[in-house]
Design a protein around this ligand. Sequence first.
Ligand code: ARG
Length: 473
Amino acid sequence: MTTDSSNAAKPRAASGQAMWGGRFSDKPAELMQAINVSISFDRRLASQDLEGSRAHAAMLQNTGVISSEDAAAIQKGLGAIGEEISAGVFPFREEFEDIHMNVEARLHELIGPAAGRLHTARSRNDQVALDFRMWVREACDRTHVQIRALQKALLAKAEPHATTLMPGFTHLQPAQPVTFGHHLMAYVEMFGRDASRFADARVRMNESPLGAAALAGSPFPIDRHQTAKALGFDRPAANSLDAVADRDFALESLAAASITSIHLSRLAEEIVIWMTPQFGFVTLTDAFTTGSSIMPQKKNPDAAELVRAKAGRLLGSFTQLAVVMKGLPLTYSKDMQEDKVPTFEAFDALELSLRAMAGMVTDLEPNRDRMGAAAGAGFSTATDLADWLVRQLGLPFREAHHITGAAVKRAEQIGCDLPDLPLAELQVLEPRITHDVYKVLTPQASVASRMSYGGTAPDQVRVQIQRWKEILA
Ligand code: ARG
């Protein structure tokens, strides 16, 4: 390519040569370009890039590093670029490699040589660390809001079902009766911890890398506290090397996102199971189901299945970034450009999953009859019988457990459930058993008896619903 000194401050095609091409006499190979270019994905950082640049320019002006005239021109140009971006007319160009150089090149086209002063005391290393950190911060905030919305949907569904019986499972075998409200509230707790993980991550992430420059800081009299404050950070990052090299804010957020997606996938799986005709515990309307192109009778819980599957994407994203970062020497390496795609994809998938799950939770209706019948089946009140033997007859629990096991076996032989086993049969096993025992053998009684803090008794469930209502208000 020709060298022409008058081009020094102009944006130039062929990988933004004007930005870093001073010592180069040839342009990069096409393949170099192809592997290097990131504008196709880091264009999603456009608004953060502009915000960061505006704060940086204002600080350069305040500290006298650039003149007020240049600063004004830069602000005006960045404002115009912001409008182009919102209007969808900003020219994102591959030849300028990434979002940072695209913005700077466009700024040059709009305001001329003053554009070249914006990058004083800054490097793309602290610039991208800043932009990406702000993007992740916003994503965490959005996610927090969406988790809260899902919790509200769960709460709204739990409240009318604080007494609705369902079987509680262990090993997916009927264990003890619980209430549907109690079951849903278990997820409110899980998502509550998820929300707090995002809030925690935000606190740690909220330090500004801007002003770390390439890696070592800047010889200009910059004010990193000013830019940190202007951009909503608690403080500037205290070590310039760490500031440009760290991506643990993204990893931590992806870890929180992965755990959230695991919780979502468990609820999704339960919906899939509950929706089967064999269970028939809940129905989803046509809004959240699909049909089959060949089997007319089908009503498939595709949304739940997809939420279940998105966990794969989320966990994959965490792994992707963890492997990119593992073993990287300080400070910046181009490997780190690969931080964005997994993070963007993870949050896209998570946000969609959270919204779809909130929609399904609101949509689903439990089938009280099916759930109630299932709650009493499978000898689900066997523990209640054993507890009665302990409380009323003073038997050691192990002995009570043994007698109850024998009662279950007898009921199985006769082909009845525990509440229907004749007293005479029970008395064969333990003669002191009285008719009083039947009071504890219904699923309603079983559930009502579990009054321990956090237990499934409707009164306890209501206490927790009230507590969460206040938290989420
Ligand atoms: N596009 C780059 C990234 O996403 C920006 C930083 C480039 N820095 C550099 N030293 N080449 O990481």
